[in-house]
Structures are given as C-alpha cells and as structure tokens.
Write a protein that binds this ligand. Structure first.
Ligand code: PLP
Ligand code: ZN
Length: 423
C-alpha cells in the first residue's frame, strides 16, 4: 500500500487541494499560487523534542518539511547561519536589540540554498531529470550547485548584463546551462514558466511551493537562536516576494503548533526603482501595480512583477507589519555601515533590510527597546564591482618600512603607536 503523505498542496485563494506528487505550480481552478499544508498529526509541539537533538540547519526541522524519503536528501550543509547581535550598528541609531541573520553563510552564499535543498530533493522524488529557473543571480547559483550535487541537468535564464559577477561565475562553474535573455528578470521568468509547462523540465523558482518550505526554516532558526522566543519585528528585502512569505509561514506554523504565543511584525523592504508591493501598501491599497522597467543597484531585487505578491501582501497585513522603499544611495550606505560597524559584508539587496531599519527608526516606527531581526540574504563577495565603484583603490608604496610607516603616520594613526608603546 502506498503511504499517504502528511501534507498536500493547497491553493492560497480557493483552497483547492492537490497531491504533492503532482507536478503543478498554480491552481488549475483559479490560477493562484499553491502552498504546502500539513496534517494535524505532524503539527504538534512534540516535533520540537526531536529538533533539539539535531544541529541547527534546515533539516533539523524535517518533520515540517515535505520530503518522503529522508535517505535521499540533497544537502550541502545549508542553514544554521549565525544570528548576530549588532550593538555598534544599533547604537548608532539608538537601538538596543538589533540582530542580523547572516544568510551569506549558506553553501552558495545566499538563503536560496534553504529552498533548493528541499526543491531539488523533491525533484529527485518526482523522478525529474532536468531542472530550471529564471534568476537575478542567486537562484541560478544555488540551483546550479544543488543540481550538480544531485546529478541533474540544469538550465538557468538570467537577464543579460544584469547579474552580479560572483553569481554568474557560480552558475558557470557548477555546470549549469546559462542562457542570457535580452530582457529583465520578469521576462525571463515568463519564458521559463512557459517552457517548464510545455517540456518535462522542473521549475525551481519561488512559485514552486516546495522551495519556500525550505526557506521558512529561517523563522524556525531565529526562534531557536533567541532561546525559543520571537522578536518584535523581522525586516526582509523583497524581490519576487517568496522569502518574506516563507518566513511568515514558518512563524505561523510555530504558532499553530503552540510553540509560540506571539507573532512578529513582517517588514518588507524594496528598492525604490523596483517597489510594486511597497508602493501599493504605502498607499494603503492591496492593488499591486507592476513596474515595467525595474531599476536598482541591488540587482538581486530588480524585479517589477513579483510572482508571490499575494502571499507577501497577506504576510505583511496579517502580521500587522508594513512595507517601505529605500533608495540606492541608502542601500549602499547601509552596506558600508554594516561592514564597518559589525564586520558583516552583504550584497546590496541584503543591505536593503538595514537601510529599511535605519529609515524606519528615523521615522519613529522602530523603538529603542524593540527586538528586530534583519535578514541579510546574500554574501557581499557576490557583487564586488559595486564596492570597487565606490571606494578608491588602496594606495601603493615602495616595499620599505619607511614608506609604509610614512603612509600610516600620514593617515593619523600616530596615537595608536604611542598607546601600544606605553603598554
Ligand atoms: C540577495 C537576495 N536578497 C533578496 C532577494 C529577494 O527574495 P525574494 O525574491 O524571495 O523576495 C533575493 C532574490 O533573488 C536575493 O538574491
Ligand atoms: Zn484556486
């Protein structure tokens, strides 16, 4: 007898149910997105007793992940990223409890790995041979790595000339078939969606609900790392809007299970030039008007038609949160500040959450004692060009003690020398 899985796919709008063994991304009845929902037998607080016996990672929470055969998990050691308290950054803005969850520590340097370990494992379960995605860079890097690990063929579509260098070379070295599309991410996603529904290629963009299941573990980890508590606010950079929806789903599941009694406010941050969700919510409407030509230095969130907009709007509304926009200048300033005050180097899209934190604090929307977690979604080394364009090249001197000493002293470090000499 075939065992019934303790989860199924449910339409977020009309509630239609689908078997998890079906290859389906949108509801056949109404065209809306799907979500993985679990039976009550797994939604119990007892699951957490098993979690404590495992390391902090995506798979610590395997009871709430939609995978049938645990022996076939495709993993590179994803999750278990650090949650850094940031007193120097927070202190600058009068905030006492600021944390940064550093998703750049994942195997390919972004939170996408949490989704791909689940999505690619699912692909194997479904007997898939070829996987694909459209990407602003990180999804392609991650999918390419996990596909290689699983022995699957991988195709990625990227917007021509708009993907950060580090991400492009990741997809290439992992052996993906990389195709540049003369258009933006939204164009590329439409094309790959169509191709995946026509040919037998498995789509691993964030409209695939299994991927978001992996990403919801960000919520579980934050709760674990704070000593089984929930912060007041979570700030998330928003592009295609899957991650904010996934993190909210994670917290809601902890709540339904009875492991937490309060939920955090979800705050979504978009770049000014690519902010359909934030613009709508700021105007007080849920009518999201897509941006035809999105533009921002934060290429990872350069998205005008976020496919998960409905899920994200719901997450922000239900949680009592809000959405805000930040300019490219604010993003780059936040990137520098986080690196120089806390030693955490993130890519521009990730710095959008810090820029949002600063902006909302200045507006009085974040208070001194509130506990806030900013999600730093991807590593700074992915996009070195952005840094090189802003900072001068290091000075060059002759290879002599005198030249180096002279350079140091002209940079006003005399005081340091005196102090150390006295010690
Ligand atoms: C570094 C980084 N931050 C944020 C995002 C936005 O995530 P989402 O598309 O789930 O909103 C992405 C998506 O590509 C990303 O790569
Ligand atoms: Zn439906």
């Amino acid at each position: 007898m075939v065992r019934e899985e303790p989860y199924c796919l449910v339409c977020i709008e009309c509630g239609a149910k689908y078997s998890p063994s079906e290859i389906i991304y949108k509801c056949r009845r109404c065209g809306n997105l799907l979500s993985v929902e679990y039976e009550s037998e797994v939604m119990t607080p007892e699951v957490s007793e098993r979690w404590i016996k495992r390391n902090l990672s995506v798979w610590r929470y395997m009871e709430l992940l939609p995978i049938s055969d645990r022996n076939k998990i495709v993993s590179l050691g994803e999750g278990g990223t650090s949650l850094n308290k940031c007193p120097r950054l927070g202190g600058e803005f009068g905030l006492r409890s600021i944390y940064v969850k550093n998703e750049g520590e994942n195997p390919t340097g972004s939170f996408k790995d949490r989704g791909m370990t689940v999505g690619v494992t699912k692909a194997l379960e479904l007997g898939i041979k070829r996987v694909a995605c459209a990407s602003t860079g990180n999804t392609s890097a991650s999918l390419a790595a996990y596909a290689a690990r699983a022995g699957l063929e991988c195709v990625v579509l990227i917007p021509s000339g708009k993907v950060a260098f580090g991400k492009l070379i990741q997809a290439i070295i992992y052996g993906a078939r990389v195709i540049q599309v003369k258009g933006n991410f939204d164009d590329a996603l439409k094309i790959i969606e169509k191709l995946c529904s026509t040919y037998s290629i498995y789509l691993l963009n964030s409209l695939n609900p299994f991927r978001l299941e992996g990403q919801k573990t960000i919520a579980f980890e934050i709760w674990d790392q704070l000593g089984r508590r929930v912060p007041d606010k979570i700030i998330v950079p928003v592009g295609n809007a899957g991650n904010i929806s996934a993190i909210w789903k994670g917290f809601k599941e902890l709540y339904s299970i009875g492991l937490i009694s309060k939920l955090p406010e979800m705050i979504g941050i978009q770049a000014e030039g690519a902010a359909p969700i934030a613009e709508a919510l700021k105007k007080g409407t849920e009518k999201v008007r897509f941006v035809e030509k999105p533009e921002t230095v934060a290429t990872a969130i350069r998205i005008g038609s976020p496919v998960n907009w409905k899920k994200a709007v719901k997450a922000i509304r239900e949680s009592g949160g809000l959405a805000e926009t930040v300019s490219d200048v604010e993003i780059l300033e936040a990137q520098r500040l986080l690196a120089q005050r806390e030693g955490i180097f993130v890519e521009p899209a990730s710095a959008a959450s810090i820029a949002g934190l600063i902006k909302l604090t200045r507006r009085g929307l974040i208070e001194r004692d509130e506990e806030v977690v900013c999600i730093a979604t991807g590593h700074g080394l992915k996009d070195p060009d952005v840094v090189l364009k802003q900072f001068p090249r290091p000075v060059e001197v002759e290879a002599s003690i005198e030249s180096v000493a002279e350079m140091i002293l002209t940079h006003n470090l005399k005081a340091d020398r005196v102090v150390s000499a006295e010690m």
